[in-house]
Design a protein around this ligand. Structure first.
Ligand code: PAF
Length: 282
């Protein structure tokens, strides 16, 4: 495995790749089993896997959140290599955004609600860094995790406009044995809060069970989940919505198309997101 820190080194490496295909897994490090699954899937798709590790200040509204973001660069390299990556690109901020950098990207309207509304500027930061990484790595395929469902939708829109030949894949959310979606942020939960956070997947799974049993009324489905979330007083729900899985528009009344339930909430000062798919014809 080769570790590359500079954009110049990366360009030299990239120009040496002629016939092989490249799959790319962008990350902010603190790799967990969710990332490992993305890297393994990438290795199945292409000849070479590139993983980037860059904690992108542009996508954090709150600088203390950026400062507290977990960093574990050495284990990130080891885990990437063991999962099948050939290149880890871990640039400095100046390499990514030199003083003359001005290629800021505006996200599509799908970025405006939910995460975009809760975290102003977040998706502009995400699409700006991901576009820059795509320009540098020039992959054939890029893979993202479904836990950040809205992020994948926003990146797909950006790639459609700016990298039309790039294939964007979305890989299923990896969960702990009790159902909690893996996230680098979970490491910031106290053991007590970690135990309490299991109400999130429990609520989403209960909602999906009600849907699979034939309940299509959105308000009723949301109430099924709320009844479980409300048992945990430490959890502050930010949003819980049933939306069209393509447009992310809220259903007015009943679930009439394949949909996704999006959740965000704060427990123990840690903001967690999750989602679950509702497939009409599974
Ligand atoms: O999902 C993430 O880890 C980040 O948002 C990404 C896509 C690596 C961009 O910084």
């Amino acid at each position: 495995m080769t570790l590359i820190h500079s954009t110049e080194q990366l360009a030299i490496w990239r120009s040496s790749i002629l016939d092989q295909t490249i799959a790319f897994v962008p990350t902010m490090g603190a790799l967990h089993e969710g990332h490992i699954a993305l890297i393994k899937r990438a290795a199945e798709q292409c000849d070479i896997v590139v993983v980037s590790v860059f904690v992108n200040a542009l996508q954090f509204g709150d600088s203390s959140d950026f400062d507290r973001y977990p960093r574990s660069i050495e284990s990130d390299h080891e885990l990437s290599s063991a999962a099948g990556a050939s290149i880890v690109f871990a640039p400095t901020t100046v390499e990514m955004f030199p003083p003359n950098f001005d290629n800021y990207v505006t996200p599509s309207p799908i970025a405006e609600q939910f995460e975009g509304a809760s975290r102003p500027g977040h998706f502009a930061g995400v699409v700006t860094v991901v576009n820059r990484l795509f320009d540098l790595v020039q992959p054939h395929t890029a893979i993202f995790g479904a836990k950040d469902y809205q992020q994948v939708a926003v990146i797909r829109d950006m790639a459609r406009a700016l990298h039309p030949s790039l294939r964007i894949l979305c890989s299923e959310t990896i969960r702990d044995s009790d159902g909690l979606a893996l996230s680098s942020r979970n490491s910031r939960l106290s053991p007590l809060a970690r135990a309490k956070a299991v109400v999130i997947p429990n609520a989403l799974f209960a909602l999906r069970s009600a849907f699979n049993a034939g309940q299509l009324d959105c308000a009723t489905l949301v109430q099924v989940a709320r009844n479980i979330l409300d048992t945990e007083q430490e959890l502050a729900v930010e949003y819980l919505v049933v939306v069209d899985s393509q447009t992310l528009k809220c259903h007015v009344d009943v679930v009439a198309k394949d949909s996704i339930v999006l959740f965000a909430g704060i427990i123990d000062g840690v903001r967690l997101i999750d989602n679950i798919e509702l497939k009409l014809f599974a």
